[in-house]
Design a protein around this ligand. Structure first.
Ligand code: 13P
Length: 281
């Protein structure tokens, strides 16, 4: 069944676990994510950034997820991750996404609130839930050499509460020491800040940049109020490494439907480990 991110986050909040939100940009990764959820009998959020959706096709992605979710009998939310404009948000919703994340966290606060409010008005009138962001989560979903960049844009709990009240977003993405991508040094999440934001905001919180965060910190973050954890880089890494391994050698298989199932399995294993970690099992 297709649900909204908000519905799945509220279920997670009530059950004291977090729901995994995984990015896909190919059919193999889409299958890996949904099959992992089905094997664990778990709900899941599957998402694309604008770049990923432009590659795969918004409509193709949404239709494929709906077909697979029905075939596998699982609850799935289809989310646009880091939507940057009202146009891309509208396009995703018209293509069948059940949820959107509007990320204008690089704008000043006033402009961020203005655009987020427009998104909320459009999305809510169509039964679509909205995740908003204040305090910028930096980095990109890649494996980075060198030090983790210092990011002085942590979310202020009072400002977050005001932003949520003014915009009416359903789920809140904050900056609590998390960063997109994998770095030599693991991030240090500010757990107290998560606790304060969860208390003051009253809505489910999401944690972006889930790759490379040690399991112990993920568990503490969920206890502090995180209901959704986004993971992309670790899946991209598993996909590439598996593909390289399967295509290596003079006699390597050349039939895609014979070597790609192994790639799906390798990505699926990563997704399953994350779902188990987030579920607190
Ligand atoms: P990672 O690439 O660090 O897993 O972050 C993914 C993410 O937050 C997508 O929004």
């Amino acid at each position: 069944m297709i649900k909204t991110v908000n519905e799945l986050c509220e279920e997670a909040r009530a059950g004291h676990y977090a729901i995994g939100a995984f990015n896909a940009s190919t059919l193999e990764v889409t299958k890996a994510i949904l099959q992992a959820a089905a094997e664990l009998k778990s709900p899941v959020i599957i998402e694309t950034s604008e770049g990923e959706a432009n590659f795969e096709g918004y409509q193709i992605f949404a239709d494929t997820v709906k077909d697979l979710a029905s075939e596998l009998a699982i609850d799935v939310a289809i989310n646009l991750d880091h939507g940057k404009s009202l146009e891309s948000i509208k396009y995703a919703i018209e293509s069948g996404y059940s949820s959107v994340h509007i990320d204008c966290s690089k704008m000043d606060r006033k402009d961020n609130i203005k655009l987020t409010k427009q998104v909320v008005e459009f999305a809510h009138s169509r039964g679509v839930s909205v995740e908003g962001e204040l305090g910028h989560v930096g980095g990109s979903s890649e494996v980075h050499e060198g030090e983790q960049p210092k990011d002085g844009t942590l979310t202020d709990p009072k400002e977050a509460a005001e932003y949520i009240k003014e915009t009416g977003v359903d789920v809140f993405a904050g900056s609590y020491g998390n960063i997109h991508g994998m770095y030599k040094d693991a991030p240090h999440l500010d757990i107290e800040r998560i606790e304060k934001i969860a208390k003051e905001s009253g809505i489910p919180l999401s944690l972006h940049g889930g790759s490379g965060i040690p399991d112990s910190q993920i568990k503490e973050a969920i206890k502090a109020g995180i209901c959704k954890v986004n993971v992309n880089t670790e899946l991209r890494k598993a996909y590439k490494e598996s593909l390289e391994k399967n295509l290596r050698g003079a006699n390597a298989e050349i039939v895609p439907y014979k070597y790609l199932p192994q790639v799906i399995n390798d990505v699926k294993e990563v997704v399953k480990k994350k779902i188990i970690l987030f579920s607190g099992l």
